[in-house]
Every structure is written in structure tokens, then in C-alpha cells.
Design a protein around this ligand. Structure first.
Ligand code: FES
Length: 64
């Protein structure tokens, strides 16, 4: 199950809530705020899919 940014130790569901509160629409906004996807970026394709679909839990290899 892929459900978090491991490097920043944050669940995608929490990333999603923060994005909704702040009105973020792109991954760059999360990166600039240093919430997630600022290190290895392995989470990035999953976060992009989350932004598209609202999904927060994925099978390994499902995105990207
Ligand atoms: S898992 Fe998100 S930056 Fe590494």
C-alpha cells in the first residue's frame, strides 16, 4: 500500500486535507511549502494522481 510521502512522513490523506484548506492545485505548491515530494520524489506520481482523482491509497506501481 502506498499511502504516504515516506521522506516527509506524511499521509497522502493529510496532504490532501492541507491542499484543500490552502487551495493548492499543483504539486509545486506542496513542494514550495515543503509539505511533501521535496526529497526522493518517488511519491510524486502518486501525489499527482491524488490531485487528479482524490484517491489517497494506491497499489505499488499504480501511478507513475
Ligand atoms: S517519498 Fe516523498 S519525497 Fe521521498
Amino acid at each position: 500500500m502506498v499511502d504516504r510521502c515516506i521522506c516527509s512522513d506524511i499521509l497522502f490523506s493529510d496532504v490532501k486535507s492541507i491542499g484543500e484548506e490552502r487551495g493548492y492545485t499543483g504539486i509545486e505548491e506542496f513542494q514550495e511549502a515543503e509539505i511533501c515530494a521535496v526529497h526522493c520524489e518517488l511519491c510524486r506520481p502518486y501525489l499527482e494522481k491524488m490531485l487528479e482523482t482524490g484517491q489517497t491509497r494506491f497499489s505499488p506501481g499504480e501511478a507513475g
